[in-house]
Design a protein around this ligand. Sequence first.
Ligand SMILES: Nc1nc2c(ncn2[C@@H]2O[C@H](COP(=O)(O)OP(=O)(O)OP(=O)(O)O)[C@@H](O)[C@H]2O)c(=O)[nH]1
Length: 462
Amino acid sequence: MVLDDLGSSLRGSLDKLRGKSRLDEEDVEEIVKEIQRSLLQADVSVDLVMDLSEDIRERALNEEPPGGTSARDHVLRIVYEELVGLVGESTDLPLESQTIMLAGLQGSGKTTSAAKMAWWFSKKGLRPGVIQTDTFRPGAYDQAKQMCERAEVEFYGDPDNDDPVDIARKGKEELSDVDVLIVDTAGRHALEDTLIGELEEIERVVDPDRNLLVLDAAIGQGAKDQADEFESAVGIDGVVITKLDGTAKGGGALAAVDRTDSSIAFLGTGEEVQDIERFEPSGFISRLLGMGDLKQLTERVERAMEETGQTEEDWDPEEMMKGEFTLHDMRKQMEAMNNMGPLSQVMDMIPGLGGGLKDQLPDDAMDVTQERLRDFEVIMDSMTDDELANPRSVSKSRIERVARGSGKSEEQVRELLEQHKMMSRMMKQFSGMGDGDMQRMMKKMQGGGGGGGMGGMGPFGD
Ligand SMILES: Nc1nc2c(ncn2[C@@H]2O[C@H](COP(=O)(O)OP(=O)(O)OP(=O)(O)O)[C@@H](O)[C@H]2O)c(=O)[nH]1
């Protein structure tokens, strides 16, 4: 994710301000340096970084903190507001009938994003359809068709027609009764005149309300040139940044946003249709700063509940942090969690968890998570209702039976029970947990008895 380490590095500097009521120049400089380092590493352009640094310095030293505000909260608020200003508002996308055209270079993720966006609009209760006009790349038609089937949205394309403008025209007629029409276009290796000419013609035919530029998060400073070209050809209203689940930082895309005077519309976070997030500046920055983003979390939870047929009583993110829960509950939550996407992303959204706990896990801990959750599900399938309700009742002989029944090892069954113990302990600690308490909690868990050390953390640590 963009600026991945900003939250943790900044927290260090902010923690030094504890107990202080006023900031001095040195404090501000340290914080500004952390932010600069992080932004530059994330490919944000030097100009943008320098402007932002100046604004933060200016405000932190000259603005009077509201009465009773600590120096730490004062500077945190300024940093937060300035970063929100840097990434800008989210592209305005009213939930109503509209036509959206996607443009971008080859491989930037247009086809994938078209299907993802259609899926997203369908979850908002609208009826979307996708037109695939990419006749250039062999396989684009099949890929788009399959993804739209997975997203359960309407689709038009014609593998036998090699005229993209004609496909766009026919597609528009064919899908005239959808609410949101998303038009995918072909990409080329570089910005060639033919691509731009074709794009302009398709635009004339479909008459989009919005043009979105799809950019790979790895784009870096090259984003500026692309943005300029597309902007002058068709006009860009918003940007979709894809592949943010990879190692790329995505900061280059901010230059495109700045250049086209547009905004970010969506973030792509994986290859599946549901791996898309509407860009929300405040939530996005809260997450970066390790403040959590309950809104996104709630949205994911709702979606996951829908997919597993659960109701709100079964699954409430707030409950998850308080709960007294049985193995039964843990199972329900795991099912929902599997539908919520990579646990590392989910953890970023839980206040206090993102930076704190994640930073202390080994790098690959998150990779094994999904797989181990699946193993646990298989094990739980072999348990009786009574055992699920009272995990403490699972004796040695029962462990043997469950292991045999599930085809897993006794060790894995024990791991699951440990995991449950650890999770219920953790849930209890979440409630009322303040900033920085995470450190203390982790220490406690590492030192605590009952197999609750990091080694006993199951999927959360390995
Ligand atoms: N990990 C990850 N992969 C993505 C994401 N978005 C797209 N991809 C992958 O990137 C590759 C290119 O995506 P496409 O959607 O085919 O790109 P395109 O812009 O339509 O490509 P052209 O039709 O050649 O212009 C595919 O393998 C996608 O699965 C994302 O958010 N995360």
